[in-house]
Design a protein around this ligand. Sequence first.
Ligand SMILES: [Zn+2]
Length: 535
Amino acid sequence: MHSMYKRSVRRALAFGLCLFLTTGGTLPLAAQPPQQPPQPPQPPRPPIETKEVFMARARAQVEANTKLRPKHRRKARNVILFVGDGMGVSTITAARILEGQQRGLLGEENSLSFEKFPYLAHSKTYQANQQVPDSAPTMTSIVTGSKANDGSLSVAPNVLGNDFAAAALPENRLRTILEEAESRGLWTGVVSTATITHATPGACYAHTPNRETESDADLAKASPEAAKAGYPDIARQLVEFKLRPTKMNGKNSPGLEVALGGGRAKFLPAATPDPEYPDRTGDRKDRDLTAVWTQNGGVYIHDKAGFDTIDPATTGPVLGLFEPSYMQYEIDRPKDKAGEPSLTEMTEKAIRILQRGPKGFFLMVEGGRVDHGHHAGNAIRALTDAIALSRAVERAASLTGDDTLIIVTADHSHTFFMSGYPTRGNPILGLVVGNNPDTGLPETAPAKAKDGKPYTTLGYANGPGAVTEARADLTGVDTTAPSYRQQALVPLNSETHGGEDVVIYARGPQAHLFQGTLEENATFFVMSRALGFWK
Ligand SMILES: [Zn+2]
């Protein structure tokens, strides 16, 4: 519990700091949202549909389903696994409405790109030792086929806590879908807007009982004994990843062919100034892992200009690290000093590189900061990053054909809720404005709670936005502003994950195996079967 407590405090500090940095220092206090003038009136929204429009839309969906014919024998050449970290059902619903409203629609009738995929299943996200899970064991489930314990990346559920000695035993290492693919000669890659050594990408290529050991400095803090015994930290495991080498430009490529994300500090030494923030340095005690990558014949880039010079048709293995820690939230990205590629741009570059693989590829793409927006109680950042993930999926779908299984899922949910009785097309980030029961038309003022104050459609069961005394009066508050933090019930430094099921969406070969309510670790077996690894 102690380490869990420490971890949650560390995370809370990190999230708080991130929000502080990315909102120009206007971190809102829980009970005192910023008193900003209301938004200018929005342009008139489209009229509500007629019965003909409602029926035609729904009938078209069912007609499309009547034409579905699962191709049972079809093998996938490639698998692309998208993970929206923390992207539960309420997040998908709210993101779909926000994206629709950004395009001038009422919003509710909109669909995110992956919601048009033909197959889906429910995913039971509990982990081996916890009812409401964290990203390390849930991603372990998805990529190895076994559930695991809190903190664990791709080690067996009999390894508990900080037990590096047990994790080092070969029988306790869980082989991941990425390792299996790489060992069979497929090309592989990971993309994330979090650090590339974070739980979700990390579980694909690393094995550790402690997800916090992203650098050797982290490892020395977490377990001096493990550090002394030479247990490799997660960044080292990425750079030293070795299985059967594949040939890239005629040269051996023993590791991943592409890794794009944040987390530069986990690779750079403590003596090396960061190229984007000269007042900051790397995190490592031992050596410069970006130099190890280039010595091995790879290419290392750290900004948008470097990213743009990468020709996917000719490049060697690419390591792109665009921030010392997490990459920017999508809505803050335009303000980034050195410039960062978007999740869509990273996804496209990774696919174009991996499409050169003669035997196919496995790619994992994480929208890593949906989760961070929620932990900060800041719905707008979570939702706009979920929309960014939807765009990346759309691009991936347009770049690949019917030889590619595309999966979109979440590792876990959040305590995020959408409630009240807002009128149709009510701004999803706004105050609840109900309908007048007599006219059926929208009221002219926000609905009032029992305390006489208005309330938002979106909120959290717990987190930093918790109401501890009298609830703040939201009258005249711009709840759609990027700095606004939704109200919550239970006060916690960091809003927590939610324990209900998440959804797995899929298209392509063997996508029809996603049916019903599945254990989260079933995703591994669909991917490995689709790739022909078992029958
Ligand atoms: Zn989280």
